[in-house]
Ligand binder design. Structure first.
Ligand code: SAH
Ligand code: SF4
Length: 352
């Protein structure tokens, strides 16, 4: 069955017309779904009863359900979400002092195969649709704040859950347009970050998008040999090509490209790595997020020690490369970066 969440306002107007209704009914339907985050036709009392009944016969708003919620001691919540076909993916809510962040998925699993990431171990099950992507934000906001309640201090969105955004480009961009729409969820593109493992042709396409979120590139290696071991996509798009695309990327005023670098003990965390990173990013208006590795029993790496990460950061900062150390969130419930694998349980012993 075709679902309503994922359709633009224009498409909902077409639907209303096809049911013999005036255009404004389509606008009301869109506002109910994307602005007030209502998923049950019975609650759309601004629509006539007959129309609500007909809609309920031919369509649904969305089939995503919350399967389970895991609560971390740091306030993070991990949502195990079930889609219409029974597949599962995850979203994570992270309260922050100034503004909340929701981390969302764009694929069930991932085909890229990074050796430090739990999602890689699932392989790619399938792409998510734009509606499925947006449904995560709606379900999380409704669960945290209540249906239709505006988040009190705004929302940041990061495409850093399961999957590689640039291998599901069309649906991710359709989702971005819906999320950013002033008449809908109204989460502006400046509040959205898309993260990629470095799919060069899509970086070039993204650069030309009229509605363009912030871009983050997962780097995690400073030589081709090292990066290929960690992120096999580097064989297809090696560092020289990736860096060329980054250099050519048209940044807006004050905008920076974010580079993410997972800190793996004894693998990519030496002072020589830090110096190579500085020269790789030379000439790019960049900022670096150093992500302490979030371990899992299935992964072959250990996290770099806090001192090692501080030393690494110091080398970057001394060369005027802004570098920040990411605070792990929700490690105790397997909700931290790279730990998402649609687990039914939060495993004990995370952080070991
Ligand atoms: N596929 C996209 C976005 C999802 S991963 C990408 O790779 O960019 C989001 C971030 O988590 C990436 O920067 C990735 O390098 C990082 N990451 C993956 N596994 C991790 C782990 N075990 N510990 C810490 N960060 C990890
Ligand atoms: Fe996929 Fe990103 Fe995990 Fe790599 S780090 S396997 S691209 S989700």
């Amino acid at each position: 069955m075709e679902l309503l969440l994922g359709k633009t306002e224009a498409e909902m107007i077409d639907l209303a017309r096809s049911l013999g209704e005036p255009a404004y009914r389509g606008r009301q339907l869109y506002a109910a779904i994307c602005q007030r985050r209502v998923s049950d036709f019975a609650d759309m009392t601004e629509l006539p009863l007959g129309l609500r009944q007909r809609l309920a016969e031919v369509t649904r708003v969305c089939e995503t359900r919350i399967g389970r919620i895991f609560h971390s001691t740091d306030g993070t919540r991990r949502y195990l979400l079930q889609y219409g076909d029974g597949r599962e993916a995850e979203a994570v809510f992270m309260p922050e002092e100034r503004r909340d962040t929701i981390c969302i998925s764009c694929q069930i699993g991932c085909a890229v195969g990074c050796t430090f990431c739990m999602t890689a171990q699932l392989g790619l099950k399938r792409n998510m649709t734009a509606g499925e992507i947006v449904s995560q934000v709606i379900l999380v906001l409704n669960e945290v704040y209540g249906v239709g309640i505006k988040p009190p201090h705004g929302t940041n969105l990061v495409f850093m859950g399961m999957g590689e955004s640039f291998l599901n480009y069309a649906e991710v961009m359709a989702a971005v347009r819906l999320l950013a729409d002033e008449k809908g969820l109204a989460i502006g593109p400046k509040r959205i970050t898309v993260s990629t493992s470095g799919i060069v042709p899509r970086i070039e396409e993204f650069a030309r998008e009229p509605i363009r979120p912030h871009l983050a590139i997962s780097l995690s290696g400073t030589t081709d040999e090292q990066r290929t071991t960690l992120m096999p996509i580097n064989r297809r798009y090696p560092l020289a090509e990736l860096m060329r695309a980054c250099r050519e990327y048209p940044l807006a005023d004050r905008e920076r490209l974010t580079f993410e670098y997972v800190m793996l003990a004894g693998v990519n965390d030496s002072p020589a790595d830090a110096r190579r990173l500085v020269s790789l990013l030379n000439g790019i208006r960049a900022k670096v997020n150093l992500i302490p590795h979030n371990p899992a029993p299935e992964l072959p790496y250990r996290a770099s020690s806090p001192d090692r990460i501080l030393d690494f950061q110091k080398i970057l900062v001394e060369k005027d490369l802004p570098a920040f150390i990411r605070r792990p969130r929700g490690q105790d419930i397997s909700a931290a970066c790279g730990q998402l694998a649609a687990r039914q349980q939060a495993y004990a012993g995370a952080g070991v």
